[in-house]
Design a protein around this ligand. Structure first.
Ligand code: CP
Length: 353
């Protein structure tokens, strides 16, 4: 990842600037490869940063960004779209309103599928850029972080909580009662903690796993944490608009709040509505635009890992070991990053055999 994140002077209003211009390196690494962006839900950052990342690596991008102007509007189901688009590209980026959609797509596709957000499920590449932001800030070790807002429907915080457990972070879940972190996520975090502690004891090392606290009171945690990771309350996921109105505007980060902890780092996956006052944008605490910018180098790293020369070498190694074509196809269906996929040209040649 560092390969794509080394920089020159940061400019063009990319947030809070630290003298870098990351993610601007250009390369031919993915020349001849095609990425299909399939977005069944709105997106600005994820779709455009994947597109920028692919183009900076010399590849090309197909976009389905409106279900109104594609055959989805005629009633085509996701499975048929995935089977079809697999034949047009070397990897698929999928955002879909249904939880589990990417997993299902990966089981049908003949190319890797990257989950770009599945309903209220997960958003793993957002987590990679969140971790990268924390690493750049030197905050990843011994981190104390509050995840704030819509923890029930917020896919970014689900993925992030799992990832931070691997770093032994202390997590404060701050939400209205109705938007608590799902029980299954909390159970997984507790299990990860127990497993981490057992492994650590066996290895004589410090344990992984997250220590978790839960509250509705944001002001109670502001002095306790290094980072506030703020999220939007997601109106579009509420089955009942009346329930949304009860919790809308529950939290608002203002300059006044920052006086309680002057070193507090404010992150947000964006888009925001009103949960961070615009007056916070120009403070030393704000990181959310820089965080969004890191989507480019991080997604360059994801794409180059999946489709680049390292992947090609892995594939060649397997072919030398005499892996059969069918065995390759089966593994390819299993999802992201397990094997470098063949180019469209290679697959077409195989199919002619
Ligand atoms: N953070 C994020 O997923 O933003 P978009 O919805 O704009 O892609």
């Amino acid at each position: 990842m560092e390969k794509f994140a080394r920089g020159r002077e940061q400019g063009r209003g990319r947030g809070e600037g630290d003298g870098e211009r990351e993610g601007e390196e250009e390369s031919d690494l993915l020349k001849g490869k095609i990425l299909a962006n399939l977005f069944y839900e709105p997106s600005t950052r994820t779709r455009l940063s994947f597109e920028t990342a692919m183009k900076r690596l010399g590849g090309e991008v197909l976009n389905l960004y409106s279900t109104e102007t594609s055959s989805v509007a005629k009633g085509e189901n996701l499975a048929d779209t995935i089977r079809t688009v697999s034949g047009y590209c070397d990897a698929i980026v999928l955002r879909h309103p249904r939880e589990g959609a990417s997993r299902m797509a990966a089981s049908l596709a003949s190319v890797p599928v990257i989950n770009a957000g599945d309903g209220a499920g997960q958003h793993p590449t957002q987590t990679l850029l969140d971790l990268y932001t924390l690493k750049k800030e030197g905050l990843l070790e011994n981190l104390r972080i509050a995840l704030v807002g819509d923890l029930k429907y917020g896919r970014t915080v689900h993925s992030l909580a799992y990832a931070l457990a691997l770093y032994g972070a202390t997590l404060f879940f701050v939400s209205p009662e109705a938007l608590r972190m799902p029980e299954e996520v909390k159970m997984d975090l507790r299990a990860a903690g127990a497993a981490g502690a057992a492994e650590a004891e066996a290895a004589g090392a410090a344990g992984a796993g997250a220590e978790v606290f839960e509250t509705s009171d944001l002001s109670a945690v502001v002095k306790e944490v290094d980072v506030l990771y703020v999220t939007r309350i997601q109106k579009e996921r509420f089955p009942d608009p009346a329930e949304y109105r009860k919790v809308a505007g529950a939290y608002r980060v203002t300059r006044g709040l920052l006086k309680e902890n002057e070193d507090l780092v404010i992150m947000h996956p964006l888009p925001r509505v009103d949960e961070i006052d615009a007056a916070v944008d120009g403070t030393k605490n704000a990181r959310y635009f820089k965080q969004a910018f890191y989507g480019v180098p991080v997604r360059m790293a994801v794409l180059s890992t999946l489709l680049g020369a390292g992947g090609e070498r892995r594939r060649e190694g397997e072919e030398k070991q005499g892996a059969s074509k069918n065995a390759r196809g089966n593994r390819r269906n299993s999802g992201v990053g397990e094997e470098a996929p063949r180019t469209l040209r290679e697959r077409t040649a195989d199919d002619r055999e």
